[in-house]
Design a protein around this ligand. Sequence first.
Ligand code: GLA
Length: 381
Amino acid sequence: MGDPLRAMFSLPAFSRVLGCVILLIICHVPAAWGDSVTAKPFGRTARGELVTLHTLTNKNGMSVSIMDYGATIVKILAPDRNGKLGNVVLGFDKFSPYLRATAYFGATVGRYANRIAGGQFRLGNVLYQLPRNDGPNSLHGGFRGFDKRLWKMEPVESDIPAVRFSRLSPDGEEGYPGNLFASVTFSLNDDNELRISYEATTDKLTVINLTNHSYFNLAGRGTILNHVLTLHADAYTPVDARLIPTGEIKPVDGTPFDFLNPTPIGLHLKQAGGKPVGYDHNFVLNKGFFSDWSLAAEVDEPQSGRTLTVSTDQPGVQFYTGNFLDGTLTGSGGNVYRQYDGFVLETQHFPDSPNHDNFPSTLLSPGETYKTSTVFAFGAK
Ligand code: GLA
């Protein structure tokens, strides 16, 4: 920027003004983004760092807004059956409530999404002790996980609106070994598909499990109990009272966890048990023989006609029905978030995998690249 600026100030006044205007246009819409990625200041962290909200918009007018704090999805405007756009995720209109909220609305969760029993795992001869931020266990990367960090935004060379966030998680951060360099890329195509792609490398053997924690409500408000869900999972991982997997992989057949056919979320929710009652379970996704990529979930909201399908290369999905929401948070559009007002489909490895040899491995070694993608496709019928 230095040289063009110097050159501009040596020009006569009119040319300078014209130069400024051109420069502003260039800075506002970088060439690689096209005109469908915008950025605006959203707030400041407790340390005074500027938080920026980036919005990807496709040619249908659908948009996804993501802030660099927590690489967090703040808003998704998706069309209903009449083409009317509405926000389909829980979040806040301004930044400050994100500093206090504990619900992980829309956040990128890491280094390890979901729970690690006792906050402990062993790699070789070394026992790692993580901070216990969920009773005796570690949840979602600890007290200050990836959701509570400011990520660095990088423009992406892409034909479709896209933005990438990256961060270096230093060795020992929240108890995890290895300098971990992680990035997450969000892109939105003209088929209303939001793709989230993660990459990470480490310089020491570590564990990793990244996911996105968006709460969806395809009606835009109220309960999600009438949303109709299909989960392509023949089995789930039962949990103990503190939501730690017992290690068993149990068929869903004949249980309230059977969503193999379209089922209203509320139909068997009470029988799912738990404290608070509701779904908060990892489902084992059915995979084909040749590829890890699979259709994980389909959701229909009968009133608005909005639909969501989720596809992923991950082995599991944590289906959570917002059981801990209790009406104390007022979010976007003045919506008060009550229990069951949003559902989360966290594509991921199974909770507590580092302590279960029979679960797919979450180890990442130096020289390897962790790579995973999930696509959230929005439709209407
Ligand atoms: C995940 C967990 C839940 C809860 C939420 C955040 O979905 O499985 O138990 O911690 O995150 O409130």
